[in-house]
Write a protein of this length. Structure first.
Length: 363
């Protein structure tokens, strides 16, 4: 099967990273894949380094991309693509115009919440063009059905997944901490990802200052999100840590490609985002058997089985977060069978079946 992946994004977050991840998995499963991306975008740069096939597209007009859609339609038709796969809602106008009238299934792999109704005439046209809308969680599917013209028959649920290696044997905590240069004999709570107010690092710093958490240290990995106002949020957080008198208990490290080893150093993980559609860090921590304290919003409650596999707190309530740190001992972790849906091998199996069915329905 020939699959064209498309993203006109100039960002580099979960939407773009997972689009490339799934293109690679589909290629490994025997499909012919191509990624359509904007020149000089982080996605295009990463795809070049990965040796996946890349085709450049211009930056898009979001609402009436007629010229770009005509060019994409011609490309899909000439090269006999079976599937057009997108993740970003901003690409739906382009993809819907391009795929209309072709024997090419339009697949939307959901990566963002849809909190507001989208029922205008142009929304109905775009969503009608989608052959399969694939949500990573049941709650997100229900939200999409409430707030869009999608029919239930158009929708599926397939969890986002990680490479099977994430579920391998856990590394030695003592040696890992030596390698990362963090204290060996104190409880460590991790928080990994971009440094951004929406990711809630400030919640964790404030929690460390609470009486219940004065023995905990934080291990924070990430880089600043570019800020149009010129504000360096990491500097703000470091100043906050000094003001709270917790700076000596906060260990900052830059981004790394050895995240699994970083999780293995932790006694707990904090998912502090104001709202997260599907936190990859949550399933990464679960895969490494780390107890999680997560915000009671977005997709996190469903990922944590509504509190069975982790503690939930209200975003911004750092006192709740601090209190949860004292109740993590002997907290039940999901079994391998309960984590199966988050493994690459299971996800690829489910996607193979969906692609075959979607291709037949597009004919």
């Amino acid at each position: 099967m020939r699959i064209a992946f498309l993203s006109s994004s100039m960002g580099w977050g979960g939407l773009e990273r997972n689009l490339q991840r799934y293109a690679l998995w589909m290629q490994e499963a025997g499909h012919e894949v191509e990624i359509n991306a904007v020149p000089e975008s982080p996605l295009a740069t990463s795809v070049v380094a990965s040796n996946l096939p890349l085709r450049f597209i211009p930056r898009q007009r979001r609402y009436l991309p007629i010229g770009a859609a005509s060019a994409l339609k011609k490309h899909l038709l000439t090269n006999r693509f079976d599937v057009l796969w997108i993740r970003d809602p901003r690409d739906l106008p382009l993809a819907a115009w391009a795929a209309r009238g072709l024997n090419c299934a339009l697949i939307f792999q959901q990566g963002m919440q849809i909190p507001k109704p989208k029922n205008a005439p142009w929304h109905r046209m775009r969503f009608a063009a989608v052959n399969r809308w694939v949500s990573p969680l049941h709650g997100l599917r229900e939200e999409a059905l409430r707030n869009t013209p999608l029919k239930k028959a158009q929708t599926e649920v397939i969890a986002l997944a990680l490479e099977d290696e994430w579920f391998d044997k856990i590394g030695d905590k003592k040696n890992g901490r030596k390698e990362w240069g963090i204290p060996e004999r104190v409880p460590i709570i991790g928080l990994f990802g971009r440094i951004d107010p929406l990711k809630g690092q400030a919640d964790l710093l404030r929690a460390l200052a609470e009486p219940e958490a004065t023995h905990w240290h934080a291990f924070i990995i990430g880089e600043n999100t570019p800020n149009t106002k010129g504000v360096n949020h990491q500097n703000e957080l470091q100043d906050l840590a000094v003001a709270l008198n917790v700076a000596n208990r906060v260990h900052w490290r830059p981004p790394t490609d050895r995240l699994a080893a970083a999780y293995d150093c932790c006694d707990a993980y904090a998912m502090c985002s104001v709202s997260e559609t599907f936190g990859m860090v949550t399933i990464e921590a679960l895969a490494r058997q780390i107890p999680i304290i997560g915000t009671n919003t977005g997709g996190t409650p469903e990922l944590l089985a509504n509190g069975r596999f982790g503690k939930l707190y209200e975003p911004g309530n750092h006192q709740q977060l601090a209190q949860a740190l004292n109740s993590l001992e002997n907290w039940p972790m999901p079994s391998p069978s309960q984590l199966k849906a988050f493994r690459q091998s299971k996800a690829v199996e489910e996607w193979q079946q969906l692609l075959r069915h979607s291709r037949r329905s597009a004919l």
